[in-house]
Ligand binder design. Structure first.
Ligand code: S3P
Length: 473
């Protein structure tokens, strides 16, 4: 078995990766399900933790180092935004042939209070995390004025969910459609402490309000349904902020006492479970064994392991001793052994937040299972990088599957145990990175070639996805 280095060649600068493919990637040699897939890969760095590390490093006065940052397009948007505010972010020179897991981002900041108002509009690109988290931060930065915009996908995504609570505590934000959509203009103010109540398990809204709370005198509390990723509060605790976390009756209360300023430090970014999920599913629906090294081990992110295990997949979670490596959270290796019969699953709507980004590829697994699966309570998927609910249904149908939407539920009739083949397809992922990667996994297990439009969109979260897929698959 060989270890595939992830992201070689991305060290030199922060520009987009050279296009690996043109308008469409054709996967002319589908493996079918009988081919053994065997190999090892180092999990690409986590997108959520990279964004947050950059934000905390920019808030600190002095130098911070971010070891093995994700350099996908979304995180490059966050980097470019802080550069426009006068923060210096540079990649440390790395030895020739170094892999991304050895890259280091050096951040030099004069501190949160010294950010300059940008002279140009800030481009959030495709990144919802950049848009939501930084709107909270900028709204709470007195004296800062910023205009911001995103690409055509981000411009459709709801911003009212952060603008409304922020306005409630004194934020001055103007934007298209009464401030519910980008572009927006933010004039930073001194905001008031408050108890916020959110009706969805969303880490982006929770984090935007907690980050704003770092510059508010007094305690900011956010109450929301439990389950959303908890990196913001974990990282703040490790930075020494006064953060309280309480879980009761399916709700969580997270509060922070401001003002608080992080100090410069080293962050080491663990592997992204959302990226690992593609290869976990590929291994589970075929034969052989795949080992994924260095995956973030956090229950708010690994719901997909439970879903796959409930379906009958064999996944071993091997703890890794990372205590001396400055990871802020534990990591593990995953070993997925294929060749096991998968059965249909009914997922718990209260757990959706723990596998929200993995639904596209879990739906692919369900297509190969025996019986009819139901993924309940997926309303949020309609407002992701694309309308993922509709697009997943489209993808499965194009491949010869039967899938339909009932309210906010996705129902998938599995092909397992039938003689109906999952065949090749032509699919337009609507520039949505996770749909393109889920389609590629499906294509690998199909019986005839498939075409995926605009495959370079995977650069958002997993820049060398197709290279790794070629090595493993
Ligand atoms: C993210 C939170 C999730 C997730 C997104 C990243 C984050 O969104 O879907 O990819 O880093 O906070 P929501 O919080 O809106 O569910």
């Amino acid at each position: 078995m060989s270890i595939s280095p992830i992201l070689p060649g991305s060290i030199a600068d922060l520009k987009a990766q050279p296009a690996a493919h043109s308008a469409a990637v054709v996967l002319p040699l589908p493996l079918g399900r009988a081919t053994p897939i065997t190999g090892e890969l180092i999990c690409p760095p986590d997108k959520s933790v990279t964004h947050r590390s950059i934000i905390f490093a920019a808030m600190a006065s002095g130098q911070s180092r971010i070891v093995s940052p994700l350099l996908g397009a979304d995180c490059r948007s966050t980097i470019a935004v802080f550069r426009a505010l006068g923060v210096q972010l540079e990649l440390a020179a790395a030895a020739a042939g170094a892999t991304n897991t050895q890259a280091e981002l050096i951040v030099e900041s004069k501190g949160w209070d010294q950010w300059q108002s940008p002279l140009v509009p800030l481009d959030f690109g495709n990144s919802g995390t950049t848009a939501r988290l930084l709107t909270g931060v900028f709204a709470a930065t007195p004296g800062l004025f910023a205009t911001c915009f995103g690409d055509s996908s981000l411009s459709k995504r709801p911003m009212g969910r952060i603008v409304t609570p922020l306005r409630h505590i004194g934020a001055q934000i103007q934007g298209r459609s009464s401030g519910t959509l980008l572009p927006m203009a933010i004039a930073g103010q001194t905001l008031r402490p408050a108890d916020h109540v959110i009706d969805k398990a969303t880490a982006q809204v929770k984090s935007a309000l907690l980050l704003a709370g770092l510059n508010i005198s007094g305690r900011t509390n956010v109450r929301l349904p439990s389950g959303s990723r908890d990196h913001t509060e974990r990282m703040l605790q490790s930075l020494g902020a006064d953060v309280k976390v309480m879980h009761r009756d399916g709700l969580e209360d997270i509060s922070v006492h401001g003002p608080f300023r992080p100090t410069g430090r080293t962050y080491r970014v663990p592997g992204d479970p959302s990226s690992a999920a593609f290869f976990a599913v590929l291994a589970a629906i075929t034969q052989g064994e795949v080992k994924i090294h260095g995956v973030l081990d956090n229950k708010t992110r690994t719901g997909f392991i439970k879903v796959l295990t409930d379906m009958g997949a064999k996944i071993e979670q091997q703890p890794v001793d990372s205590s001396r490596e400055l990871f802020l959270e534990p990591i593990m290796n995953l070993v997925i052994t294929g060749g096991h019969t998968l059965s249909a699953v009914d997922t718990d709507p209260l757990q959706v937040a723990t596998f929200i980004d993995e639904v596209p590829v879990l739906a692919v697994a369900a297509l190969f299972a025996t019986g009819t699966s139901r993924f309940a309570g997926l309303g949020e998927l309609r407002v992701k990088e694309s309308d993922r609910l509709a697009k997943i249904r489209e993808l499965l149908t194009l491949a010869g599957g039967e899938a339909w939407i009932e309210g906010d539920d996705l129902v998938i009739k599995g092909h397992g145990g039938t003689d109906r083949p999952v065949h090749g397809f032509h699919f337009d992922p609507d520039q949505d990175h996770r749909l393109a990667m889920a389609a590629a996994i499906l294509a690998k297990a199909a019986t005839s070639p498939s075409h995926i439009k605009d495959p370079d969109c995977v650069d958002v979260s997993f820049p060398r996805f197709f290279t790794v897929l070629g090595t493993i698959g």
